[in-house]
Ligand binder design. Structure first.
Ligand SMILES: *[C@@H]1O[C@H](CO)[C@@H](O)[C@H](O)[C@H]1NC(C)=O
Ligand SMILES: *[C@@H]1O[C@H](CO)[C@@H](O)[C@H](O)[C@H]1NC(C)=O
Length: 283
């Protein structure tokens, strides 16, 4: 009897409603919200929607519902019970425009414009990443996984990357790296194959400074680098997804080697940009 009563009590209090541990609250004003509500179908992203641009940046012959998966499993720190992870995948069809060297699929916040509020003041980009054992990245290649590209497409002010950076040592290929526009490493940490890894990057556009925050699993974010100087000029937009560079070429956009039958993915959660005026950062 006791056992039944206990079970009923646990059920009624939601104690079995895993996997949604304590939610961290967002405490600063949200500028762009890319958190995906629980129950969202992949087809939601195919046409105009409140979260991401339905048209960019993806393979010419693909719809977002071909690219995005909505995996089950523990949600990330800032997603909690209301929002769920979203996975961006790559296949042989992930060819954007005529960029035959790259395989890419990148989400853009729907409100993000190349001269808009994501490019001024002090803003903090939050993202959590998790690996899909069934769709591992091939870290012999260079990947961009989150970045901010200038309005004229000539540079990326900030790049969250993994794999072997072309022209650099392979010794840190298993690390995530945050690089500035010149390729200088601002922070580097080993990729965790099982846990959520949570990152926040404060972009101080007023002063060209960057500060980086990090935690694993459900732990609060801690400052791990900065504030450090970085040239954030040039406005532009964020991209959240995968850009996989080829090997064996100096013309990475157009040529080089990509293996076929690609089936790779990266899981994202807790995607949002917050206003960090007055030093506000959700931890
Ligand atoms: C990883 O990439 C390298 C370089 O393109 C390639 O030689 C190798 O076959 C790839 N490995 C897998 C498992 O796809
Ligand atoms: C932005 O940079 C200015 C000048 O260094 C500094 O006073 C301010 O605290 C910075 N703000 C944030 C949130 O990093």
């Amino acid at each position: 009897m006791y056992r039944e009563t206990l079970a009923a009590l646990l059920l009624s209090t939601g104690a079995f409603a895993v996997p949604h541990p304590a939610t961290a609250s967002v405490k600063c004003p949200i500028v762009f919200d890319g958190r995906v509500p629980v129950g969202t179908a992949a087809t939601f992203f195919d046409s105009s929607n409140a979260l991401f641009n339905p048209d960019y940046v993806k393979g010419n012959d693909l719809k977002w519902s071909d690219i995005l998966k909505l995996p089950a499993g523990e949600s990330s720190r800032f997603d909690g019970a209301a929002y769920q992870p979203v996975e961006v995948t790559l296949s042989d069809k992930s060819i954007f425009q005529q960029q035959k060297g790259f395989r890419r699929a990148g989400l853009q916040f729907i409100q993000d414009s190349s001269t808009g509020s994501g490019t001024t003041g002090i803003k903090t980009l939050h993202f959590s990443v998790k690996q899909d054992a069934a769709r591992p990245l091939n870290l012999t290649h260079e990947y961009l996984n989150v970045w901010h590209e200038t309005a004229d497409y000539s540079a990326d002010q900030i790049m969250f990357q993994t794999g072997q950076i072309i022209g650099k040592s392979a010794s840190d290929k298993n690390n995530f790296k945050i690089l500035d526009r010149s390729g200088k490493s601002l922070y580097s940490i080993a990729m965790d194959k099982t846990s959520w890894q949570n990152f926040a990057i404060t972009l101080n556009y007023s002063k060209n400074q960057v500060q980086i925050y990090y935690s694993v699993g459900q732990a609060p974010l801690k400052s791990v680098a900065g504030p450090t100087s970085a040239d954030l000029s040039g406005q532009g937009q964020f991209q959240i997804g995968i850009l996989k560079k080829p090997t064996g070429t100096s013309d990475v956009v157009n040529s080089g080697y990509q293996e076929s039958k690609l089936n790779e993915g990266q899981i994202y959660g807790g995607l949002f940009l917050e206003d960090s005026a007055n030093g506000c950062v959700s931890l």
